[in-house]
Design a binder for this molecule. Sequence first.
Ligand code: PLP
Length: 382
Amino acid sequence: MSEKKADFIDFNRPVIVGKEMQYIADAVATGKISGDGVYTKKVHALLEHQLDVPRALLTTSCTHALEMSAILLDIQPGDEVIIPDFTFVSTVNAFVLRGAKPVFIDVRPDTLNLDETRLEDLITPKTKAIVPVHYAGVGCEMDTIMEIARRHNVAVVEDNAHGLFAKYREKNLGSFGAMATQSFHETKNFSSGEGGALLINEPRYIERAEIIREKGTNRSRFFRGQVDKYTWVDIGSSYLPSDILAAYLYGQLEQREKIQSHRQHLWERYNSDLKDWAYAHEVQMPFVPAHAEQAYHMFYMLLPTLELRQGLIAHLRERNIQAVFHYLPLNLSDMGRSFGGQPGGCPVTERISDQLVRLPFHNVLSDSDQDRVIESILEFDF
Ligand SMILES: Cc1ncc(COP(=O)(O)O)c(C=O)c1O
Protein backbone atom coordinates (compact mmCIF):
# COMPACT_ATOMS: atom_id res chain seq x y z
CA MET A 1 0.00 0.00 0.00
CA SER A 2 1.40 3.41 -0.89
CA GLU A 3 1.89 5.76 2.06
CA LYS A 4 -0.26 8.86 2.18
CA LYS A 5 1.72 12.10 2.36
CA ALA A 6 1.56 13.82 5.75
CA ASP A 7 -0.31 16.78 4.30
CA PHE A 8 -2.90 14.62 2.50
CA ILE A 9 -6.45 15.91 2.95
CA ASP A 10 -8.92 13.04 2.97
CA PHE A 11 -12.38 13.33 1.54
CA ASN A 12 -13.69 11.65 4.68
CA ARG A 13 -12.16 10.58 7.97
CA PRO A 14 -13.79 8.54 10.75
CA VAL A 15 -13.11 10.03 14.17
CA ILE A 16 -13.95 9.58 17.81
CA VAL A 17 -15.88 12.65 18.93
CA GLY A 18 -17.07 11.73 22.42
CA LYS A 19 -17.39 8.72 24.71
CA GLU A 20 -17.57 6.02 22.01
CA MET A 21 -14.77 3.84 23.47
CA GLN A 22 -16.02 4.18 27.05
CA TYR A 23 -19.51 3.12 25.92
CA ILE A 24 -18.13 0.11 24.04
CA ALA A 25 -16.31 -1.02 27.21
CA ASP A 26 -19.50 -0.45 29.16
CA ALA A 27 -21.54 -2.48 26.67
CA VAL A 28 -19.12 -5.39 27.07
CA ALA A 29 -19.31 -5.05 30.85
CA THR A 30 -23.11 -5.46 30.72
CA GLY A 31 -22.49 -9.02 29.55
CA LYS A 32 -24.61 -8.65 26.40
CA ILE A 33 -23.10 -7.47 23.14
CA SER A 34 -25.54 -9.05 20.71
CA GLY A 35 -28.42 -6.98 19.32
CA ASP A 36 -31.01 -4.96 21.25
CA GLY A 37 -28.82 -4.41 24.31
CA VAL A 38 -28.64 -1.35 26.54
CA TYR A 39 -27.07 0.94 23.92
CA THR A 40 -29.38 -0.12 21.10
CA LYS A 41 -32.29 0.88 23.33
CA LYS A 42 -30.64 4.21 24.13
CA VAL A 43 -30.20 4.95 20.41
CA HIS A 44 -33.80 3.94 19.70
CA ALA A 45 -35.06 6.28 22.40
CA LEU A 46 -32.84 9.13 21.22
CA LEU A 47 -33.99 8.82 17.61
CA GLU A 48 -37.66 8.44 18.54
CA HIS A 49 -37.50 11.47 20.82
CA GLN A 50 -35.42 13.75 18.60
CA LEU A 51 -37.27 12.94 15.39
CA ASP A 52 -40.70 12.51 16.94
CA VAL A 53 -41.28 9.15 15.25
CA PRO A 54 -43.26 6.30 16.87
CA ARG A 55 -40.54 3.64 16.40
CA ALA A 56 -36.88 3.53 15.46
CA LEU A 57 -35.09 0.23 14.93
CA LEU A 58 -31.34 0.06 14.45
CA THR A 59 -30.26 -2.08 11.50
CA THR A 60 -26.97 -3.31 10.15
CA SER A 61 -27.12 -0.75 7.31
CA CYS A 62 -29.41 1.62 5.47
CA THR A 63 -29.43 -1.00 2.71
CA HIS A 64 -30.95 -3.49 5.16
CA ALA A 65 -33.47 -0.94 6.44
CA LEU A 66 -34.56 -0.45 2.80
CA GLU A 67 -34.82 -4.24 2.38
CA MET A 68 -36.99 -4.39 5.49
CA SER A 69 -39.23 -1.64 4.10
CA ALA A 70 -39.74 -3.62 0.87
CA ILE A 71 -40.73 -6.72 2.88
CA LEU A 72 -43.04 -4.66 5.12
CA LEU A 73 -44.82 -3.19 2.10
CA ASP A 74 -45.25 -6.72 0.79
CA ILE A 75 -43.67 -5.85 -2.55
CA GLN A 76 -44.41 -8.61 -5.07
CA PRO A 77 -42.98 -9.48 -8.50
CA GLY A 78 -44.34 -7.04 -11.06
CA ASP A 79 -45.07 -4.23 -8.57
CA GLU A 80 -43.66 -0.88 -9.64
CA VAL A 81 -41.61 1.34 -7.35
CA ILE A 82 -40.69 4.92 -8.28
CA ILE A 83 -37.08 5.73 -7.46
CA PRO A 84 -34.87 8.69 -8.37
CA ASP A 85 -32.38 7.92 -11.09
CA PHE A 86 -29.74 9.77 -9.10
CA THR A 87 -29.16 7.68 -5.99
CA PHE A 88 -27.11 4.88 -4.49
CA VAL A 89 -27.85 1.36 -5.78
CA SER A 90 -29.33 0.20 -2.47
CA THR A 91 -32.37 2.47 -2.89
CA VAL A 92 -33.42 0.46 -5.91
CA ASN A 93 -31.82 -2.92 -5.23
CA ALA A 94 -33.81 -3.44 -2.01
CA PHE A 95 -37.06 -3.40 -4.01
CA VAL A 96 -35.73 -5.33 -6.99
CA LEU A 97 -34.74 -8.10 -4.55
CA ARG A 98 -38.48 -8.58 -3.91
CA GLY A 99 -39.21 -8.70 -7.65
CA ALA A 100 -40.26 -5.08 -8.15
CA LYS A 101 -39.83 -3.23 -11.42
CA PRO A 102 -38.01 0.05 -10.79
CA VAL A 103 -39.44 3.14 -12.48
CA PHE A 104 -36.75 5.80 -12.57
CA ILE A 105 -37.75 9.41 -12.05
CA ASP A 106 -35.45 12.25 -13.01
CA VAL A 107 -34.23 14.82 -10.46
CA ARG A 108 -34.67 18.58 -10.21
CA PRO A 109 -31.73 20.55 -11.61
CA ASP A 110 -31.56 22.77 -8.49
CA THR A 111 -31.66 20.45 -5.45
CA LEU A 112 -30.92 17.18 -7.32
CA ASN A 113 -33.93 15.74 -5.49
CA LEU A 114 -36.67 13.71 -7.17
CA ASP A 115 -38.60 16.05 -9.52
CA GLU A 116 -42.06 15.99 -7.99
CA THR A 117 -43.59 17.61 -11.10
CA ARG A 118 -42.87 14.37 -13.03
CA LEU A 119 -44.30 12.07 -10.37
CA GLU A 120 -47.95 11.85 -11.28
CA ASP A 121 -47.23 10.81 -14.90
CA LEU A 122 -45.23 7.79 -13.68
CA ILE A 123 -47.91 6.36 -11.40
CA THR A 124 -49.79 3.35 -12.75
CA PRO A 125 -52.20 0.86 -11.12
CA LYS A 126 -49.10 -1.28 -10.38
CA THR A 127 -47.26 1.45 -8.42
CA LYS A 128 -46.72 0.26 -4.84
CA ALA A 129 -44.22 2.78 -3.48
CA ILE A 130 -42.38 6.05 -4.03
CA VAL A 131 -38.90 6.35 -2.54
CA PRO A 132 -37.75 9.96 -2.28
CA VAL A 133 -34.06 10.41 -1.44
CA HIS A 134 -33.28 13.62 0.45
CA TYR A 135 -30.12 14.27 -1.50
CA ALA A 136 -27.30 15.90 0.50
CA GLY A 137 -29.73 16.09 3.42
CA VAL A 138 -31.92 18.73 1.76
CA GLY A 139 -35.58 17.76 1.92
CA CYS A 140 -37.55 16.74 -1.17
CA GLU A 141 -40.82 18.60 -1.80
CA MET A 142 -42.68 16.43 0.68
CA ASP A 143 -45.98 18.33 0.66
CA THR A 144 -46.47 17.58 -3.04
CA ILE A 145 -45.08 14.05 -2.86
CA MET A 146 -47.27 13.06 0.11
CA GLU A 147 -50.37 14.58 -1.48
CA ILE A 148 -49.86 12.64 -4.72
CA ALA A 149 -49.06 9.43 -2.81
CA ARG A 150 -52.20 9.75 -0.67
CA ARG A 151 -54.42 10.42 -3.67
CA HIS A 152 -53.13 7.28 -5.43
CA ASN A 153 -52.90 5.19 -2.26
CA VAL A 154 -49.18 4.55 -2.74
CA ALA A 155 -46.74 4.15 0.18
CA VAL A 156 -43.81 6.52 0.66
CA VAL A 157 -40.45 5.30 2.01
CA GLU A 158 -38.01 8.14 2.61
CA ASP A 159 -34.40 7.20 1.94
CA ASN A 160 -32.94 9.61 4.47
CA ALA A 161 -29.40 8.21 4.38
CA HIS A 162 -28.04 11.77 4.09
CA GLY A 163 -30.56 13.73 6.09
CA LEU A 164 -30.58 12.86 9.79
CA PHE A 165 -31.77 15.89 11.85
CA ALA A 166 -32.70 17.94 8.77
CA LYS A 167 -36.17 19.42 8.33
CA TYR A 168 -38.65 20.24 5.60
CA ARG A 169 -41.03 23.04 6.60
CA GLU A 170 -40.02 22.54 10.23
CA LYS A 171 -40.87 18.83 10.24
CA ASN A 172 -38.08 16.25 10.60
CA LEU A 173 -37.00 14.37 7.51
CA GLY A 174 -37.80 10.72 8.11
CA SER A 175 -41.16 11.54 9.72
CA PHE A 176 -43.21 11.94 6.52
CA GLY A 177 -43.41 8.53 4.84
CA ALA A 178 -44.95 5.31 6.13
CA MET A 179 -41.32 4.60 7.01
CA ALA A 180 -37.85 6.01 6.45
CA THR A 181 -34.30 4.72 6.43
CA GLN A 182 -31.08 6.15 7.91
CA SER A 183 -27.44 5.30 7.30
CA PHE A 184 -24.61 5.24 9.83
CA HIS A 185 -21.99 4.23 7.28
CA GLU A 186 -18.55 5.71 7.91
CA THR A 187 -19.12 8.54 5.41
CA LYS A 188 -22.20 9.86 7.21
CA ASN A 189 -22.38 12.67 9.80
CA PHE A 190 -22.86 10.06 12.56
CA SER A 191 -21.36 6.66 12.11
CA SER A 192 -20.83 3.19 13.50
CA GLY A 193 -18.68 2.12 10.55
CA GLU A 194 -21.57 0.23 9.01
CA GLY A 195 -25.07 0.75 10.34
CA GLY A 196 -28.53 2.07 9.70
CA ALA A 197 -32.01 2.47 11.10
CA LEU A 198 -35.58 1.98 10.03
CA LEU A 199 -37.96 4.68 11.26
CA ILE A 200 -41.59 3.62 11.31
CA ASN A 201 -44.28 6.28 11.22
CA GLU A 202 -47.32 4.12 10.57
CA PRO A 203 -47.79 2.08 13.76
CA ARG A 204 -49.43 -0.83 11.89
CA TYR A 205 -45.96 -1.78 10.56
CA ILE A 206 -44.16 -1.82 13.93
CA GLU A 207 -44.83 -5.34 15.16
CA ARG A 208 -44.04 -6.97 11.83
CA ALA A 209 -40.86 -4.88 11.51
CA GLU A 210 -39.62 -6.28 14.83
CA ILE A 211 -40.27 -9.81 13.55
CA ILE A 212 -38.57 -9.30 10.18
CA ARG A 213 -35.54 -7.79 11.92
CA GLU A 214 -35.28 -10.86 14.22
CA LYS A 215 -35.05 -13.61 11.56
CA GLY A 216 -38.81 -13.87 11.21
CA THR A 217 -39.34 -14.73 14.88
CA ASN A 218 -41.44 -13.09 17.59
CA ARG A 219 -38.40 -12.84 19.84
CA SER A 220 -39.06 -9.16 20.69
CA ARG A 221 -42.47 -10.08 22.10
CA PHE A 222 -40.80 -12.90 24.06
CA PHE A 223 -38.26 -10.48 25.61
CA ARG A 224 -41.12 -8.17 26.56
CA GLY A 225 -42.86 -11.11 28.26
CA GLN A 226 -45.80 -11.02 25.85
CA VAL A 227 -45.38 -14.67 24.78
CA ASP A 228 -43.80 -17.52 26.75
CA LYS A 229 -41.68 -18.87 23.89
CA TYR A 230 -40.59 -17.48 20.59
CA THR A 231 -40.94 -19.13 17.24
CA TRP A 232 -40.81 -18.68 13.47
CA VAL A 233 -43.80 -16.56 12.42
CA ASP A 234 -42.82 -14.73 9.19
CA ILE A 235 -39.99 -14.22 6.72
CA GLY A 236 -37.06 -12.15 7.93
CA SER A 237 -33.33 -11.96 8.39
CA SER A 238 -30.72 -10.86 10.90
CA TYR A 239 -31.02 -7.11 10.53
CA LEU A 240 -30.03 -6.05 14.05
CA PRO A 241 -26.51 -4.79 14.83
CA SER A 242 -24.32 -5.73 17.77
CA ASP A 243 -24.67 -3.54 20.85
CA ILE A 244 -20.96 -2.73 20.42
CA LEU A 245 -21.86 -0.78 17.28
CA ALA A 246 -24.84 0.82 18.99
CA ALA A 247 -22.54 1.92 21.86
CA TYR A 248 -20.15 3.56 19.40
CA LEU A 249 -23.05 5.22 17.60
CA TYR A 250 -24.59 6.48 20.83
CA GLY A 251 -21.28 8.19 21.64
CA GLN A 252 -21.47 9.93 18.26
CA LEU A 253 -25.15 10.88 18.47
CA GLU A 254 -24.62 12.41 21.92
CA GLN A 255 -22.28 14.88 20.25
CA ARG A 256 -24.82 15.84 17.59
CA GLU A 257 -24.80 19.56 18.33
CA LYS A 258 -21.02 19.78 18.18
CA ILE A 259 -20.86 17.69 15.00
CA GLN A 260 -23.63 19.56 13.22
CA SER A 261 -22.31 22.99 14.14
CA HIS A 262 -18.83 22.11 12.87
CA ARG A 263 -20.28 20.79 9.61
CA GLN A 264 -22.42 23.89 9.22
CA HIS A 265 -19.31 26.03 9.73
CA LEU A 266 -17.44 24.08 7.03
CA TRP A 267 -20.37 24.18 4.62
CA GLU A 268 -20.81 27.93 5.01
CA ARG A 269 -17.10 28.60 4.49
CA TYR A 270 -17.02 26.59 1.27
CA ASN A 271 -20.17 28.33 0.12
CA SER A 272 -19.02 31.87 0.82
CA ASP A 273 -15.38 31.50 -0.22
CA LEU A 274 -16.09 29.70 -3.50
CA LYS A 275 -19.15 31.58 -4.67
CA ASP A 276 -17.43 34.32 -6.72
CA TRP A 277 -15.12 31.80 -8.40
CA ALA A 278 -18.15 29.59 -9.10
CA TYR A 279 -20.12 32.46 -10.59
CA ALA A 280 -17.21 33.50 -12.82
CA HIS A 281 -16.74 29.93 -14.08
CA GLU A 282 -20.38 28.92 -14.43
CA VAL A 283 -20.06 26.37 -11.67
CA GLN A 284 -23.35 25.55 -9.95
CA MET A 285 -23.32 25.70 -6.16
CA PRO A 286 -25.68 23.71 -3.94
CA PHE A 287 -29.19 25.08 -3.60
CA VAL A 288 -31.06 24.91 -0.31
CA PRO A 289 -34.65 26.20 -0.48
CA ALA A 290 -35.63 28.67 2.27
CA HIS A 291 -38.10 26.16 3.73
CA ALA A 292 -35.43 23.43 4.08
CA GLU A 293 -33.14 23.08 7.09
CA GLN A 294 -30.36 20.94 5.69
CA ALA A 295 -28.28 18.23 7.41
CA TYR A 296 -24.86 19.56 6.29
CA HIS A 297 -24.03 16.14 4.99
CA MET A 298 -21.85 17.13 2.03
CA PHE A 299 -20.57 19.97 -0.07
CA TYR A 300 -20.84 19.43 -3.80
CA MET A 301 -20.50 21.60 -6.92
CA LEU A 302 -21.47 21.05 -10.54
CA LEU A 303 -18.69 21.86 -13.03
CA PRO A 304 -19.75 22.89 -16.55
CA THR A 305 -18.49 19.64 -18.18
CA LEU A 306 -17.22 16.14 -17.43
CA GLU A 307 -13.71 17.13 -18.60
CA LEU A 308 -13.62 20.08 -16.19
CA ARG A 309 -14.95 17.93 -13.34
CA GLN A 310 -12.26 15.32 -13.96
CA GLY A 311 -9.73 18.13 -14.37
CA LEU A 312 -10.60 19.61 -10.98
CA ILE A 313 -10.36 16.21 -9.25
CA ALA A 314 -6.91 15.66 -10.85
CA HIS A 315 -5.82 19.23 -9.98
CA LEU A 316 -6.73 18.63 -6.32
CA ARG A 317 -5.11 15.19 -6.29
CA GLU A 318 -1.82 16.77 -7.44
CA ARG A 319 -2.09 18.96 -4.34
CA ASN A 320 -2.75 15.94 -2.07
CA ILE A 321 -6.45 16.66 -1.75
CA GLN A 322 -9.03 13.95 -2.29
CA ALA A 323 -12.26 14.99 -4.01
CA VAL A 324 -14.77 12.45 -5.32
CA PHE A 325 -17.89 12.13 -7.41
CA HIS A 326 -20.81 9.74 -7.18
CA TYR A 327 -23.94 8.16 -8.58
CA LEU A 328 -23.87 7.08 -12.16
CA PRO A 329 -27.41 7.22 -13.61
CA LEU A 330 -29.15 4.04 -12.50
CA ASN A 331 -31.22 3.79 -15.68
CA LEU A 332 -28.01 3.47 -17.74
CA SER A 333 -26.38 0.83 -15.51
CA ASP A 334 -26.41 -2.80 -16.69
CA MET A 335 -29.27 -3.57 -14.34
CA GLY A 336 -31.11 -0.35 -15.20
CA ARG A 337 -30.91 -1.18 -18.91
CA SER A 338 -32.31 -4.63 -18.21
CA PHE A 339 -35.41 -2.81 -16.94
CA GLY A 340 -35.64 -0.73 -20.12
CA GLY A 341 -33.40 2.21 -19.18
CA GLN A 342 -31.88 4.07 -22.11
CA PRO A 343 -29.98 7.30 -22.81
CA GLY A 344 -32.20 10.34 -22.57
CA GLY A 345 -34.54 8.65 -20.09
CA CYS A 346 -33.51 10.94 -17.22
CA PRO A 347 -31.64 13.84 -18.86
CA VAL A 348 -30.96 15.90 -15.74
CA THR A 349 -29.39 12.93 -13.92
CA GLU A 350 -27.38 12.01 -17.00
CA ARG A 351 -25.97 15.56 -17.13
CA ILE A 352 -25.29 16.26 -13.46
CA SER A 353 -23.78 12.85 -12.85
CA ASP A 354 -20.92 13.95 -15.15
CA GLN A 355 -20.59 17.35 -13.50
CA LEU A 356 -20.74 16.70 -9.77
CA VAL A 357 -17.74 16.84 -7.46
CA ARG A 358 -17.77 16.43 -3.67
CA LEU A 359 -15.17 18.28 -1.61
CA PRO A 360 -13.44 17.01 1.55
CA PHE A 361 -16.04 17.22 4.32
CA HIS A 362 -15.80 15.52 7.69
CA ASN A 363 -16.06 16.00 11.42
CA VAL A 364 -12.43 16.97 12.03
CA LEU A 365 -11.62 18.90 8.87
CA SER A 366 -9.68 21.91 10.18
CA ASP A 367 -9.98 25.50 8.97
CA SER A 368 -6.39 25.41 7.73
CA ASP A 369 -6.95 22.24 5.69
CA GLN A 370 -10.18 23.67 4.35
CA ASP A 371 -8.31 26.88 3.42
CA ARG A 372 -5.90 24.74 1.39
CA VAL A 373 -8.80 23.08 -0.45
CA ILE A 374 -10.39 26.47 -1.16
CA GLU A 375 -7.12 28.08 -2.31
CA SER A 376 -6.42 25.12 -4.59
CA ILE A 377 -9.85 25.41 -6.19
CA LEU A 378 -9.43 29.16 -6.70
CA GLU A 379 -6.22 28.35 -8.64
CA PHE A 380 -8.19 26.12 -11.00
CA ASP A 381 -8.79 28.51 -13.85
CA PHE A 382 -10.48 27.73 -17.14
C1 PLP B 1 -28.98 7.65 -0.72
C2 PLP B 1 -28.37 6.43 -0.11
N1 PLP B 1 -29.18 5.41 0.23
C3 PLP B 1 -28.69 4.28 0.80
C4 PLP B 1 -27.35 4.14 1.05
C5 PLP B 1 -26.86 2.85 1.65
O1 PLP B 1 -26.39 3.07 2.95
P1 PLP B 1 -25.61 1.90 3.74
O2 PLP B 1 -24.19 1.98 3.31
O3 PLP B 1 -25.80 2.29 5.20
O4 PLP B 1 -26.27 0.63 3.42
C6 PLP B 1 -26.47 5.17 0.71
C7 PLP B 1 -25.03 5.00 0.97
O5 PLP B 1 -24.25 5.88 1.00
C8 PLP B 1 -26.99 6.34 0.12
O6 PLP B 1 -26.18 7.35 -0.25
